[in-house]
Design a protein around this ligand. Structure first.
Ligand SMILES: N[C@@H](CCC(=O)N[C@@H](CS)C(=O)NCC(=O)O)C(=O)O
Length: 240
């Protein structure tokens, strides 16, 4: 039976985006059920799925997994060849620590710079999010310094930690937040488009505002999967 990932609007729901992106990039097949964050039956449908009433939720037969990080851990166990965590223990511990830090923290960043992938690039004063931005900058710099020789992503190849931080890359782009060079490569969520590469990943030329090495993902992903019309604002997307 196919895996099913229940998500909210990709434009706003950064928590949904994390496992969705990891699965797309890792080439893990799944069916997607999208419940708009402002759907009147949002809670009812999610509670019926067996999770905690929030997105994302992964359904694998009788198994229901909620919480983005728990979903990534489940996927890493089920698909060990996907390389969602680094192979060596020290790098893996580091990757798990920064993924857990993202999962548990950065509330001020989420409040001050809510994710909206298609927001025009307009700078915003960081205010209460200043310390969060500095912390992420130092995490990325530490990763680049320690693991940069292995490849362009946080730990060399794309993995769960990159998926956890991908929504931050979108936030930094749309709110014109500068980070120390060199930034880690990332999936540039603004430019998702239908490009076919040997392994579903196609290197693209640099895009203004994105990390230097950006990639678009295919073959099943269209920009319209990502960009959805704005509906009435919902309290469910505050702090997503
Ligand atoms: N810690 C959860 C956060 C999930 C979450 O807050 N999702 C939001 C959408 S981005 C949601 O479903 N909100 C609905 C609600 O709180 O009622 C995770 O990592 O998956």
């Amino acid at each position: 039976m196919a895996l099913r990932l229940i998500i909210g609007n990709k434009n706003y729901s950064s928590w949904s985006l994390r496992p969705w992106l990891a699965m797309k990039v890792a080439g893990i097949a799944f069916e997607e059920t999208l419940i708009p964050l402002d759907a009147p039956d949002f809670k009812v449908r999610l509670v019926a799925s067996g999770g905690n009433g929030k997105v994302p939720v992964l359904i694998d037969g009788d198994t229901c997994v909620w919480e983005s990080l728990a979903i990534l851990e489940y996927l890493a166990e089920k698909f060990p060849l996907a390389g969602l965590w680094p192979q060596d223990m020290a790098a893996r511990a580091h990757a798990r620590a920064i993924a857990a830090e993202m999962h548990a923290g950065f509330a001020a960043l989420r409040r001050r710079l809510p994710m909206n992938v298609r927001r025009p690039v307009i700078a915003r004063a960081l205010d209460e999010a200043t310390a969060d931005v500095a912390r992420i900058d130092s995490i990325w710099s530490a990763c680049r310094a320690r693991f940069g020789a292995r490849g362009p992503f946080l730990y060399g190849a794309f993995g769960a930690a990159d998926a956890m931080y991908a929504p931050v890359v979108s936030r930094f782009r749309t709110y014109a937040v500068e980070v120390s060079p060199p930034p880690p490569a990332t999936i540039c969520v603004r430019t998702w488009s239908c490009r076919h590469g040997a392994n579903g990943l196609t290197p693209r030329a640099a895009n203004p505002g994105c990390a230097r090495t950006t990639r678009s993902i295919g073959p099943t992903c269209r920009e319209s999967d990502l960009v959805q019309p704005r509906r009435a604002s919902s309290s469910r997307n505050s702090g997503c």
